[in-house]
Design a protein around this ligand. Structure first.
Ligand SMILES: NC(=O)c1ccc[n+]([C@@H]2O[C@H](COP(=O)([O-])OP(=O)(O)OC[C@H]3O[C@@H](n4cnc5c(N)ncnc54)[C@H](O)[C@@H]3O)[C@@H](O)[C@H]2O)c1
Length: 386
């Protein structure tokens, strides 16, 4: 009997089984159902520090084995690629060790705790010459990819303004502790920063991709709740993260940027929006309505001129021919499927998958400049990434 599947295995080791561990695993499991690829992910091992919880995750999601130490996972000969879905303070050590062991590395964002650490990661990954990518997955929302296409086609003309927000409201209670499972985001030692590295990093990655480099920034941050109980020590400790951050910036193309992120915008859960205003046309996008792109073109006849709400579901729109029929939308989890599909396609062709570690370093440099500016109360230049 002839084998139905004749694909190269992509033997995966997943580190972390939380939110992203699940979102990525869903992507690896689904990708060959919808994309025609030379490679097929094989869920070789899941890694977490708690053996029982890791085993439960591996059983639910179909991993063949478990490890409780990421070093043991990286040492295995039957693992080709390592996916880092752990808190930010662990990315560098794992990524560098994995690259030195010759593994491909798919790393969650933000790449690093800061620019200096990010540089050591880029050096290690480029020295090892292993395929790599960083999970700035919003690039692969079809409507956002369509925005990129419209901009690259020159439909907007000269760009004047770029505006982005990422608003949440889940840390308003002063009783919420910091540190440990789920709440490591409030602990500066694990997260590196607050909304800047967690949320604005996404906005910045999309902005640089759509509108080019940011050259200088002027920022303010605030920590509204100054002390919280720390889950790991049981003590009340100072909060070191930024709860909110707003910044102005200049782009290399001459346009002006305005960014805001907070976890104190009552009523908003994950309101990531951006708007771009060009000479001929403008674009707006909203994560809460992620399958739509709003487009206004001044060149339309005046009697029908107005904002169009483009339902990004047709087969000739980015990624959509792989899914259902026109008119039926897809969602958040599909962005991870898309990034894996692109990674495996590029792997087969010997091409890099953006954003690479080096691409993600630019976002890191901008986050550093934003946090520096909030400290100095001055405009700060962004360190250029060559
Ligand atoms: N791309 C996105 O949209 C997106 C969304 C959420 C989170 N993230 C990023 O993904 C990463 C993980 O975030 P999350 O929300 O999944 O966190 P989470 O708290 O849900 O899960 C973190 C996982 O890491 C494990 N872990 C922690 N330290 C470990 C270690 N030393 N060895 C092995 N496992 C360890 C934890 O047990 C847990 O399973 C972070 O870097 C975060 O910034 C990205």
């Amino acid at each position: 009997m002839a084998a139905l599947v004749n694909q190269k295995p992509f033997r995966l080791g997943m580190i972390g089984y939380g939110f992203m561990g699940r979102a990525h695993t869903n992507g690896y499991k689904r990708v060959n159902d919808f994309f025609d690829l030379e490679y097929r992910p094989v869920l070789k091992a899941a890694c977490g520090r708690d053996a029982d919880k890791t085993r439960a995750f591996a059983k639910n999601w179909g991993y063949e084995s478990v490890e409780t130490d990421w070093r043991a996972l990286i040492a295995r000969d039957d693992i080709d690629a390592v996916d880092i879905c752990t808190p930010n303070n662990t990315h560098a050590e794992i990524a560098i060790a994995a690259a030195e062991a010759g593994k491909m590395v798919l790393c969650e964002k933000p790449l690093a705790m800061d620019l200096a650490q990010g540089k050591t990661m880029v050096e290690a990954i480029e020295r090892a010459g292993v395929p790599n990518t960083v999970w700035y997955n919003y690039r692969r929302v079809p409507a956002v990819t369509l925005a990129k296409q419209l901009i690259d086609e020159g439909r907007l003309g000269r760009i004047f303004h770029y505006r982005a927000n990422f608003l949440q409201d889940w840390t308003i209670s002063a009783d919420l502790p910091q540190g440990g499972a789920g709440l490591w985001r409030l602990d500066v030692a694990a997260a590196g920063s607050g909304v800047t590295g967690d949320l604005l990093a996404h906005c910045i990655d999309t902005a640089v991709w759509l509108n080019g480099s940011i050259t200088k920034v002027c920022a303010m941050t605030e920590t509204f709740v100054k002390e919280r109980k720390h889950n790991l020590t049981g003590k009340i400790e100072k909060v070191g993260i930024d709860d909110a951050c707003s910044f102005l910036c200049r782009f290399e193309n001459g346009s002006l940027g305005l960014f805001e992120s907070t976890r104190y915008a009552r009523g908003h859960k994950a309101l990531y929006t951006f708007e771009i205003n060009g000479e001929h046309a403008s674009i707006k996008w909203d994560l809460h309505d992620l399958h739509r792109l709003q487009y206004f073109d001044h060149r339309d006849d005046s009697i029908v001129r107005g904002w169009r709400s483009i339902h990004v579901t047709d087969g000739d729109m980015p990624y959509m021919k792989h899914w259902w029929v026109p008119g039926l939308q897809i969602g958040y989890e599909h962005t991870f499927v898309h990034q894996i599909a692109d990674f495996l396609t590029n792997l087969a062709q010997g091409q890099p998958t953006a954003p690479t570690f080096r691409d993600a370093l630019e976002t890191q440099a901008i986050c550093d400049a934003v946090l520096d500016s909030a400290e100095t109360n001055q405009w700060e230049n962004v360190v250029p990434i060559v």
